[in-house]
Design a protein around this ligand. Structure first.
Ligand SMILES: Cc1cc2nc3c(=O)[nH]c(=O)nc-3n(C[C@H](O)[C@H](O)[C@H](O)COP(=O)(O)OP(=O)(O)OC[C@H]3O[C@@H](n4cnc5c(N)ncnc54)[C@H](O)[C@@H]3O)c2cc1C
Length: 470
Protein backbone atom coordinates (compact mmCIF):
# COMPACT_ATOMS: atom_id res chain seq x y z
CA UNK A 1 0.00 0.00 0.00
CA UNK A 2 2.09 2.95 -1.21
CA UNK A 3 1.59 6.54 -0.09
CA UNK A 4 0.14 8.86 -2.73
CA UNK A 5 3.01 10.68 -4.40
CA UNK A 6 3.19 14.20 -5.77
CA UNK A 7 1.93 14.29 -9.36
CA UNK A 8 4.79 14.70 -11.81
CA UNK A 9 3.01 17.47 -13.67
CA UNK A 10 0.42 18.91 -11.31
CA UNK A 11 -2.57 20.77 -12.71
CA UNK A 12 -3.88 23.57 -10.52
CA UNK A 13 -7.56 24.35 -10.11
CA UNK A 14 -9.12 27.66 -9.14
CA UNK A 15 -11.41 27.25 -6.14
CA UNK A 16 -14.72 29.09 -5.93
CA UNK A 17 -14.75 32.21 -3.71
CA UNK A 18 -16.26 31.61 -0.30
CA UNK A 19 -17.39 33.35 2.85
CA UNK A 20 -16.24 32.73 6.39
CA UNK A 21 -17.87 33.37 9.75
CA UNK A 22 -16.02 35.99 11.83
CA UNK A 23 -15.61 33.83 14.91
CA UNK A 24 -13.54 36.10 17.15
CA UNK A 25 -12.04 39.56 17.53
CA UNK A 26 -9.41 39.69 20.20
CA UNK A 27 -6.21 41.37 21.34
CA UNK A 28 -3.94 38.38 20.79
CA UNK A 29 -4.56 35.29 18.67
CA UNK A 30 -2.19 32.39 19.31
CA UNK A 31 -2.19 29.78 16.55
CA UNK A 32 -0.97 26.38 17.71
CA UNK A 33 -1.24 24.86 21.18
CA UNK A 34 2.19 23.24 21.51
CA UNK A 35 4.77 24.25 24.13
CA UNK A 36 5.31 27.60 22.36
CA UNK A 37 1.58 28.27 22.07
CA UNK A 38 1.01 27.40 25.73
CA UNK A 39 3.81 29.79 26.72
CA UNK A 40 2.47 32.51 24.39
CA UNK A 41 -1.11 32.27 25.63
CA UNK A 42 -0.01 32.32 29.29
CA UNK A 43 2.41 35.21 28.71
CA UNK A 44 -0.16 37.30 26.83
CA UNK A 45 -2.98 36.63 29.31
CA UNK A 46 -0.76 37.43 32.31
CA UNK A 47 0.17 40.70 30.59
CA UNK A 48 -3.53 41.64 30.54
CA UNK A 49 -4.56 40.78 26.99
CA UNK A 50 -7.70 39.05 25.80
CA UNK A 51 -6.39 35.86 24.22
CA UNK A 52 -7.78 33.25 21.84
CA UNK A 53 -5.75 30.10 21.14
CA UNK A 54 -6.65 28.00 18.09
CA UNK A 55 -5.33 24.49 17.62
CA UNK A 56 -5.86 21.88 14.90
CA UNK A 57 -6.17 18.96 17.33
CA UNK A 58 -8.46 18.38 20.30
CA UNK A 59 -5.83 18.89 22.99
CA UNK A 60 -2.81 20.98 23.95
CA UNK A 61 0.86 20.04 24.01
CA UNK A 62 1.91 19.86 20.35
CA UNK A 63 4.82 17.48 19.93
CA UNK A 64 4.85 16.79 23.69
CA UNK A 65 1.48 15.06 23.49
CA UNK A 66 0.55 14.55 19.83
CA UNK A 67 3.95 13.15 18.85
CA UNK A 68 4.68 11.69 22.35
CA UNK A 69 8.00 13.53 22.45
CA UNK A 70 9.41 12.81 25.91
CA UNK A 71 11.22 13.94 28.04
CA UNK A 72 11.65 17.74 28.16
CA UNK A 73 15.32 18.22 27.41
CA UNK A 74 17.57 19.94 29.90
CA UNK A 75 17.23 23.66 30.48
CA UNK A 76 20.16 23.80 32.90
CA UNK A 77 23.71 24.91 32.36
CA UNK A 78 26.37 22.38 33.09
CA UNK A 79 29.19 23.34 35.44
CA UNK A 80 31.68 20.85 33.98
CA UNK A 81 31.73 18.15 31.35
CA UNK A 82 30.51 15.04 32.98
CA UNK A 83 30.00 11.30 32.53
CA UNK A 84 28.11 9.40 35.21
CA UNK A 85 28.69 5.68 35.70
CA UNK A 86 25.20 4.21 36.16
CA UNK A 87 23.82 3.91 32.64
CA UNK A 88 20.78 1.80 33.46
CA UNK A 89 18.50 4.56 34.73
CA UNK A 90 17.35 5.38 31.20
CA UNK A 91 18.24 9.06 31.46
CA UNK A 92 21.22 10.93 29.99
CA UNK A 93 24.40 10.37 32.00
CA UNK A 94 26.40 13.21 30.49
CA UNK A 95 24.65 16.23 32.01
CA UNK A 96 26.08 17.44 35.29
CA UNK A 97 24.76 19.93 37.85
CA UNK A 98 24.07 23.50 36.75
CA UNK A 99 21.58 26.35 36.97
CA UNK A 100 18.18 26.57 35.24
CA UNK A 101 18.03 29.18 32.48
CA UNK A 102 14.31 28.88 31.72
CA UNK A 103 11.61 29.58 34.30
CA UNK A 104 8.37 31.58 34.01
CA UNK A 105 5.50 29.65 32.41
CA UNK A 106 7.62 26.49 32.21
CA UNK A 107 8.30 26.57 35.96
CA UNK A 108 4.58 26.83 36.75
CA UNK A 109 3.70 24.02 34.34
CA UNK A 110 6.35 21.80 35.92
CA UNK A 111 5.35 22.71 39.47
CA UNK A 112 1.81 21.51 38.74
CA UNK A 113 2.83 18.49 36.71
CA UNK A 114 5.24 17.27 39.37
CA UNK A 115 2.59 17.93 42.05
CA UNK A 116 0.10 15.81 40.12
CA UNK A 117 2.59 12.94 39.77
CA UNK A 118 2.82 13.66 36.05
CA UNK A 119 6.53 14.51 35.89
CA UNK A 120 9.81 14.00 37.70
CA UNK A 121 11.60 17.22 38.64
CA UNK A 122 14.94 17.66 36.87
CA UNK A 123 17.98 16.55 38.86
CA UNK A 124 21.24 14.68 38.42
CA UNK A 125 19.15 11.47 38.52
CA UNK A 126 17.15 12.42 35.43
CA UNK A 127 20.18 13.89 33.65
CA UNK A 128 18.36 17.22 34.12
CA UNK A 129 15.65 16.13 31.68
CA UNK A 130 12.00 16.16 32.77
CA UNK A 131 10.25 12.83 32.16
CA UNK A 132 6.49 13.41 32.01
CA UNK A 133 3.18 11.70 31.40
CA UNK A 134 1.61 13.05 28.19
CA UNK A 135 -2.00 12.67 29.35
CA UNK A 136 -1.30 14.64 32.54
CA UNK A 137 0.59 17.17 30.42
CA UNK A 138 -2.58 17.73 28.35
CA UNK A 139 -4.72 18.15 31.46
CA UNK A 140 -2.29 20.46 33.25
CA UNK A 141 -1.82 22.70 30.22
CA UNK A 142 -5.60 22.90 29.80
CA UNK A 143 -6.03 23.77 33.47
CA UNK A 144 -3.43 26.56 33.25
CA UNK A 145 -4.94 28.14 30.14
CA UNK A 146 -8.44 27.81 31.53
CA UNK A 147 -7.45 29.60 34.75
CA UNK A 148 -5.73 32.31 32.70
CA UNK A 149 -9.01 32.96 30.86
CA UNK A 150 -7.64 31.96 27.45
CA UNK A 151 -10.46 31.12 25.02
CA UNK A 152 -9.76 27.87 23.19
CA UNK A 153 -10.82 26.86 19.71
CA UNK A 154 -9.96 23.24 18.92
CA UNK A 155 -10.35 21.37 15.62
CA UNK A 156 -9.32 24.50 13.72
CA UNK A 157 -6.58 24.33 11.10
CA UNK A 158 -5.10 27.68 10.05
CA UNK A 159 -5.03 27.74 6.26
CA UNK A 160 -4.68 31.40 5.31
CA UNK A 161 -4.66 35.02 6.34
CA UNK A 162 -6.79 38.04 5.54
CA UNK A 163 -5.43 41.55 5.92
CA UNK A 164 -8.17 43.69 7.23
CA UNK A 165 -7.28 47.18 8.43
CA UNK A 166 -5.25 47.31 11.63
CA UNK A 167 -6.36 43.83 12.65
CA UNK A 168 -4.93 40.69 11.15
CA UNK A 169 -7.25 37.79 10.38
CA UNK A 170 -6.42 34.12 10.24
CA UNK A 171 -8.62 31.70 8.28
CA UNK A 172 -9.38 28.35 9.90
CA UNK A 173 -10.79 25.21 8.27
CA UNK A 174 -13.31 23.63 10.62
CA UNK A 175 -16.26 21.24 10.67
CA UNK A 176 -18.43 24.39 10.76
CA UNK A 177 -16.85 25.59 7.53
CA UNK A 178 -14.28 28.37 7.26
CA UNK A 179 -13.92 30.71 10.23
CA UNK A 180 -11.87 33.87 10.63
CA UNK A 181 -10.38 35.07 13.91
CA UNK A 182 -9.14 38.65 13.96
CA UNK A 183 -6.59 40.01 16.37
CA UNK A 184 -4.48 43.09 16.92
CA UNK A 185 -1.49 40.76 17.04
CA UNK A 186 -1.15 37.17 15.91
CA UNK A 187 1.45 34.81 17.38
CA UNK A 188 2.35 31.96 15.05
CA UNK A 189 3.14 28.91 17.21
CA UNK A 190 2.40 26.28 14.56
CA UNK A 191 5.99 24.99 14.69
CA UNK A 192 6.01 25.24 10.90
CA UNK A 193 5.44 28.99 10.60
CA UNK A 194 2.22 28.25 8.66
CA UNK A 195 0.62 31.63 9.39
CA UNK A 196 3.78 33.64 8.78
CA UNK A 197 4.37 31.85 5.48
CA UNK A 198 0.77 32.54 4.39
CA UNK A 199 1.29 36.18 5.36
CA UNK A 200 4.23 36.36 2.97
CA UNK A 201 7.11 36.03 5.44
CA UNK A 202 10.38 34.83 4.02
CA UNK A 203 11.67 31.56 5.36
CA UNK A 204 14.54 29.07 5.14
CA UNK A 205 14.39 25.28 5.14
CA UNK A 206 17.15 22.85 6.03
CA UNK A 207 20.93 22.95 5.83
CA UNK A 208 22.68 25.59 3.80
CA UNK A 209 24.55 23.06 1.63
CA UNK A 210 21.63 20.89 0.47
CA UNK A 211 18.38 22.04 2.11
CA UNK A 212 17.98 18.73 3.97
CA UNK A 213 16.21 18.82 7.35
CA UNK A 214 16.58 16.63 10.42
CA UNK A 215 14.78 13.29 10.11
CA UNK A 216 11.26 12.58 11.32
CA UNK A 217 10.63 10.10 14.12
CA UNK A 218 7.48 8.27 15.17
CA UNK A 219 7.70 7.97 18.94
CA UNK A 220 5.92 5.26 20.90
CA UNK A 221 5.41 4.11 24.47
CA UNK A 222 6.13 0.51 25.48
CA UNK A 223 4.69 -0.77 28.74
CA UNK A 224 5.10 -3.94 30.82
CA UNK A 225 8.81 -3.31 30.65
CA UNK A 226 10.79 -5.03 33.41
CA UNK A 227 13.40 -2.56 34.50
CA UNK A 228 15.42 -4.89 36.76
CA UNK A 229 16.02 -7.38 33.96
CA UNK A 230 17.16 -4.59 31.65
CA UNK A 231 19.43 -3.13 34.33
CA UNK A 232 21.00 -6.54 34.87
CA UNK A 233 21.70 -6.78 31.12
CA UNK A 234 23.33 -3.34 31.11
CA UNK A 235 25.46 -4.17 34.15
CA UNK A 236 26.63 -7.33 32.38
CA UNK A 237 27.30 -5.46 29.10
CA UNK A 238 28.49 -1.99 30.13
CA UNK A 239 29.86 -1.31 26.64
CA UNK A 240 26.39 -1.83 25.12
CA UNK A 241 24.38 0.97 26.73
CA UNK A 242 25.12 4.70 27.22
CA UNK A 243 22.37 6.09 29.48
CA UNK A 244 19.63 6.28 26.86
CA UNK A 245 20.99 4.54 23.77
CA UNK A 246 22.98 1.53 22.60
CA UNK A 247 22.35 -2.22 22.01
CA UNK A 248 24.81 -2.18 19.10
CA UNK A 249 25.72 -5.89 19.21
CA UNK A 250 22.13 -7.12 19.43
CA UNK A 251 21.15 -4.80 16.58
CA UNK A 252 23.97 -6.16 14.42
CA UNK A 253 22.81 -9.73 15.14
CA UNK A 254 19.16 -8.96 14.36
CA UNK A 255 20.10 -7.00 11.24
CA UNK A 256 22.27 -9.88 9.99
CA UNK A 257 19.30 -12.21 10.55
CA UNK A 258 17.14 -9.91 8.40
CA UNK A 259 14.94 -8.93 11.33
CA UNK A 260 15.89 -5.27 11.47
CA UNK A 261 16.35 -2.78 8.68
CA UNK A 262 16.84 0.62 10.25
CA UNK A 263 18.69 3.82 9.32
CA UNK A 264 19.94 4.08 12.93
CA UNK A 265 22.90 2.10 14.25
CA UNK A 266 21.54 2.05 17.81
CA UNK A 267 18.24 2.31 19.69
CA UNK A 268 17.32 5.33 21.79
CA UNK A 269 14.76 5.18 24.58
CA UNK A 270 14.01 7.07 27.77
CA UNK A 271 12.49 6.34 31.14
CA UNK A 272 9.19 7.99 32.05
CA UNK A 273 7.53 8.70 35.41
CA UNK A 274 6.14 5.16 35.16
CA UNK A 275 8.51 2.41 36.30
CA UNK A 276 7.31 -0.15 33.73
CA UNK A 277 7.32 2.13 30.69
CA UNK A 278 9.83 3.44 28.14
CA UNK A 279 9.46 6.14 25.52
CA UNK A 280 11.09 4.91 22.31
CA UNK A 281 12.72 7.49 20.02
CA UNK A 282 14.26 5.16 17.43
CA UNK A 283 12.44 5.29 14.10
CA UNK A 284 14.06 7.60 11.57
CA UNK A 285 12.75 8.82 8.23
CA UNK A 286 15.13 10.96 6.21
CA UNK A 287 14.58 13.28 3.22
CA UNK A 288 11.03 14.01 4.28
CA UNK A 289 9.66 17.49 4.93
CA UNK A 290 6.80 18.01 7.36
CA UNK A 291 5.25 20.79 5.27
CA UNK A 292 4.99 18.47 2.27
CA UNK A 293 1.90 16.28 2.65
CA UNK A 294 3.24 13.66 0.24
CA UNK A 295 6.52 13.35 2.17
CA UNK A 296 4.75 13.22 5.50
CA UNK A 297 2.37 10.49 4.25
CA UNK A 298 5.33 8.41 3.09
CA UNK A 299 6.94 8.97 6.48
CA UNK A 300 3.85 7.66 8.29
CA UNK A 301 4.07 4.36 6.40
CA UNK A 302 7.83 4.02 6.79
CA UNK A 303 7.96 4.95 10.47
CA UNK A 304 5.19 2.51 11.37
CA UNK A 305 7.06 -0.23 9.51
CA UNK A 306 10.13 0.56 11.60
CA UNK A 307 8.10 0.74 14.82
CA UNK A 308 6.75 -2.78 14.23
CA UNK A 309 10.30 -4.11 13.68
CA UNK A 310 11.75 -2.31 16.69
CA UNK A 311 9.05 -3.58 19.06
CA UNK A 312 9.52 -7.14 17.79
CA UNK A 313 13.31 -6.81 18.15
CA UNK A 314 13.05 -5.51 21.71
CA UNK A 315 10.73 -8.36 22.72
CA UNK A 316 12.86 -11.02 21.09
CA UNK A 317 16.39 -9.86 21.90
CA UNK A 318 16.44 -7.45 24.83
CA UNK A 319 16.06 -8.59 28.46
CA UNK A 320 13.25 -6.75 30.22
CA UNK A 321 11.12 -6.43 27.08
CA UNK A 322 9.89 -10.02 26.80
CA UNK A 323 6.32 -9.07 27.80
CA UNK A 324 6.39 -5.44 26.75
CA UNK A 325 3.97 -4.07 24.17
CA UNK A 326 3.22 -0.80 22.39
CA UNK A 327 0.60 1.04 24.42
CA UNK A 328 0.50 4.12 22.20
CA UNK A 329 2.21 5.72 19.23
CA UNK A 330 2.18 9.36 18.20
CA UNK A 331 -0.89 10.82 16.50
CA UNK A 332 1.60 11.48 13.72
CA UNK A 333 5.28 10.99 12.98
CA UNK A 334 7.17 13.71 14.85
CA UNK A 335 8.60 16.53 12.75
CA UNK A 336 11.83 18.09 14.00
CA UNK A 337 12.44 20.77 11.44
CA UNK A 338 10.57 22.66 8.73
CA UNK A 339 10.40 26.42 8.07
CA UNK A 340 12.62 28.86 9.91
CA UNK A 341 11.03 32.27 9.42
CA UNK A 342 13.55 34.95 8.51
CA UNK A 343 13.43 37.58 11.23
CA UNK A 344 15.14 40.84 12.07
CA UNK A 345 18.00 38.75 13.49
CA UNK A 346 19.07 35.19 12.55
CA UNK A 347 20.58 33.24 15.46
CA UNK A 348 23.67 31.24 14.46
CA UNK A 349 25.61 28.23 15.74
CA UNK A 350 28.35 30.63 16.89
CA UNK A 351 25.83 32.62 18.93
CA UNK A 352 24.75 29.37 20.63
CA UNK A 353 28.17 27.77 21.13
CA UNK A 354 29.91 31.03 22.14
CA UNK A 355 27.06 31.74 24.59
CA UNK A 356 26.50 35.16 23.06
CA UNK A 357 24.64 37.85 25.00
CA UNK A 358 22.19 40.30 23.36
CA UNK A 359 20.75 43.54 24.72
CA UNK A 360 17.29 42.51 23.51
CA UNK A 361 17.38 39.07 25.19
CA UNK A 362 13.89 37.64 25.79
CA UNK A 363 14.78 33.97 26.41
CA UNK A 364 17.84 31.87 27.14
CA UNK A 365 19.03 28.39 26.28
CA UNK A 366 21.79 26.06 27.38
CA UNK A 367 20.95 22.98 25.32
CA UNK A 368 23.64 21.76 22.88
CA UNK A 369 23.55 21.83 19.12
CA UNK A 370 21.97 18.39 18.54
CA UNK A 371 21.53 17.33 14.91
CA UNK A 372 20.15 13.92 13.95
CA UNK A 373 21.80 13.14 10.63
CA UNK A 374 19.50 14.31 7.81
CA UNK A 375 20.93 11.54 5.58
CA UNK A 376 20.93 8.46 7.84
CA UNK A 377 22.67 7.22 10.95
CA UNK A 378 24.53 9.31 13.53
CA UNK A 379 23.85 12.40 15.63
CA UNK A 380 26.10 15.45 16.04
CA UNK A 381 26.26 16.94 19.55
CA UNK A 382 28.17 20.17 20.26
CA UNK A 383 28.06 21.53 23.78
CA UNK A 384 28.27 25.04 25.19
CA UNK A 385 31.23 25.78 27.48
CA UNK A 386 30.76 24.76 31.15
CA UNK A 387 28.32 27.01 32.98
CA UNK A 388 27.34 28.87 29.81
CA UNK A 389 23.97 29.85 28.32
CA UNK A 390 23.06 31.85 25.23
CA UNK A 391 20.56 34.64 24.70
CA UNK A 392 17.74 34.69 22.16
CA UNK A 393 16.98 38.24 21.00
CA UNK A 394 13.43 39.54 20.48
CA UNK A 395 14.40 40.25 16.86
CA UNK A 396 14.37 36.47 16.14
CA UNK A 397 10.60 36.49 16.78
CA UNK A 398 9.84 39.38 14.40
CA UNK A 399 9.35 38.22 10.80
CA UNK A 400 11.20 40.62 8.56
CA UNK A 401 8.96 43.14 6.73
CA UNK A 402 5.74 41.76 8.27
CA UNK A 403 3.78 43.70 10.90
CA UNK A 404 1.23 42.54 13.46
CA UNK A 405 2.75 39.08 13.68
CA UNK A 406 5.26 37.30 15.91
CA UNK A 407 6.63 33.79 15.59
CA UNK A 408 7.64 31.59 18.53
CA UNK A 409 8.89 28.05 19.07
CA UNK A 410 10.83 26.01 16.59
CA UNK A 411 10.02 28.27 13.61
CA UNK A 412 11.84 31.39 14.87
CA UNK A 413 14.70 32.95 12.93
CA UNK A 414 17.97 31.03 13.07
CA UNK A 415 20.31 28.75 11.18
CA UNK A 416 19.83 24.98 10.86
CA UNK A 417 22.46 24.43 13.60
CA UNK A 418 21.10 27.02 16.02
CA UNK A 419 17.59 25.61 15.48
CA UNK A 420 18.77 22.19 16.64
CA UNK A 421 19.36 23.75 20.07
CA UNK A 422 16.49 26.22 20.52
CA UNK A 423 13.88 23.72 19.22
CA UNK A 424 13.76 21.81 22.54
CA UNK A 425 10.56 22.26 24.49
CA UNK A 426 11.71 24.34 27.49
CA UNK A 427 13.34 26.96 25.23
CA UNK A 428 10.35 26.88 22.90
CA UNK A 429 8.06 27.65 25.85
CA UNK A 430 10.28 30.58 26.77
CA UNK A 431 10.20 32.13 23.29
CA UNK A 432 6.43 31.53 23.34
CA UNK A 433 6.01 33.40 26.60
CA UNK A 434 8.11 36.29 25.28
CA UNK A 435 6.10 36.50 22.06
CA UNK A 436 2.87 36.49 24.08
CA UNK A 437 4.09 39.31 26.30
CA UNK A 438 5.27 41.40 23.34
CA UNK A 439 1.96 40.77 21.54
CA UNK A 440 -0.07 41.81 24.59
CA UNK A 441 1.92 45.01 25.10
CA UNK A 442 1.57 45.86 21.41
CA UNK A 443 -2.17 45.19 21.41
CA UNK A 444 -2.82 47.24 24.53
CA UNK A 445 -0.79 50.23 23.32
CA UNK A 446 -1.98 49.99 19.69
CA UNK A 447 1.60 49.49 18.52
CA UNK A 448 3.10 46.97 16.16
CA UNK A 449 5.18 44.36 18.03
CA UNK A 450 8.31 45.85 16.45
CA UNK A 451 7.55 49.23 18.04
CA UNK A 452 7.22 47.88 21.59
CA UNK A 453 10.30 48.92 23.62
CA UNK A 454 12.22 45.75 24.39
CA UNK A 455 12.83 46.99 27.94
CA UNK A 456 9.05 46.80 28.52
CA UNK A 457 8.95 43.21 27.26
CA UNK A 458 11.90 42.27 29.47
CA UNK A 459 10.40 43.97 32.52
CA UNK A 460 7.09 42.14 32.07
CA UNK A 461 8.82 38.80 31.47
CA UNK A 462 10.84 39.22 34.65
CA UNK A 463 7.64 40.13 36.52
CA UNK A 464 6.22 36.84 35.18
CA UNK A 465 9.18 34.94 36.62
CA UNK A 466 11.25 34.48 33.45
CA UNK A 467 15.05 34.14 33.73
CA UNK A 468 16.77 36.74 31.57
CA UNK A 469 19.70 37.88 33.69
CA UNK A 470 23.00 36.15 34.23
C1 LIG B 1 10.92 12.99 17.28
C2 LIG B 1 11.23 14.20 18.07
C3 LIG B 1 11.97 14.09 19.23
C4 LIG B 1 12.22 15.21 20.00
N1 LIG B 1 12.84 15.06 21.20
C5 LIG B 1 12.78 16.07 22.10
C6 LIG B 1 13.08 15.84 23.46
O1 LIG B 1 13.41 14.72 23.86
N2 LIG B 1 12.97 16.88 24.32
C7 LIG B 1 12.62 18.14 23.90
O2 LIG B 1 12.55 19.04 24.75
N3 LIG B 1 12.33 18.39 22.60
C8 LIG B 1 12.37 17.38 21.70
N4 LIG B 1 11.99 17.58 20.40
C9 LIG B 1 11.72 18.95 19.92
C10 LIG B 1 10.37 19.50 20.35
O3 LIG B 1 9.41 18.49 20.52
C11 LIG B 1 9.81 20.50 19.35
O4 LIG B 1 10.80 21.27 18.74
C12 LIG B 1 8.82 21.41 20.07
O5 LIG B 1 7.70 20.65 20.46
C13 LIG B 1 8.38 22.57 19.22
O6 LIG B 1 7.38 23.27 19.90
P1 LIG B 1 6.39 24.22 19.11
O7 LIG B 1 5.36 24.64 20.10
O8 LIG B 1 7.19 25.23 18.38
O9 LIG B 1 5.76 23.28 17.99
P2 LIG B 1 4.90 21.96 18.14
O10 LIG B 1 5.24 21.21 19.36
O11 LIG B 1 5.02 21.28 16.82
O12 LIG B 1 3.42 22.52 18.31
C14 LIG B 1 2.74 23.14 17.25
C15 LIG B 1 1.25 23.12 17.53
O13 LIG B 1 0.56 23.82 16.51
C16 LIG B 1 -0.47 23.01 15.96
N5 LIG B 1 -0.57 23.38 14.54
C17 LIG B 1 0.36 23.17 13.58
N6 LIG B 1 -0.05 23.69 12.42
C18 LIG B 1 -1.26 24.24 12.66
C19 LIG B 1 -2.17 24.96 11.84
N7 LIG B 1 -1.91 25.24 10.55
N8 LIG B 1 -3.35 25.37 12.40
C20 LIG B 1 -3.62 25.11 13.71
N9 LIG B 1 -2.78 24.45 14.53
C21 LIG B 1 -1.61 24.04 14.00
C22 LIG B 1 -0.02 21.59 16.18
O14 LIG B 1 -1.10 20.68 16.21
C23 LIG B 1 0.69 21.71 17.54
O15 LIG B 1 -0.20 21.56 18.62
C24 LIG B 1 11.76 16.48 19.57
C25 LIG B 1 11.04 16.60 18.38
C26 LIG B 1 10.76 15.47 17.65
C27 LIG B 1 9.93 15.60 16.42
Amino acid sequence: MPALTRPVRALTLTLPPREAVLAAETDVLVVGGGPAGIGAALGAAAAGAEVVLAERYAFLGGNATAALVMPLMSFHTQRATFEKEDGAKLFPTDHGPGEPVVAGALAELLRRLVGAGGAIAPSLDTGYTVPFDPELFKLTALELLDEAGVQLLFHAFASGVVDDGPARGVVFETKSGPLVARARVVVDCTGDGDVAARAGARYEVGREEDGLVQPMTLMFRMVQFEREAFEAYVRGHPDQWRGVHGLWDLIRTASAAGELDLPREDLLFFGTPHEAEVSVNSTRVTRALGIDVFDWSRAELESRRQMRQIAAFLRRYVPGFENAYIAQSGVHTGVRETRRIVGDYRLTAEDVLDAREFDDVIARGAYPVDIHNPKGSGTVLKRLPPGAAYDIPLRCLLPREIEGLLVAGRCISGSHEAHSSYRVMPIVMATGQAAGVCAALAAKQHLTPRAVPVADVQEMLIAQGAHLAR
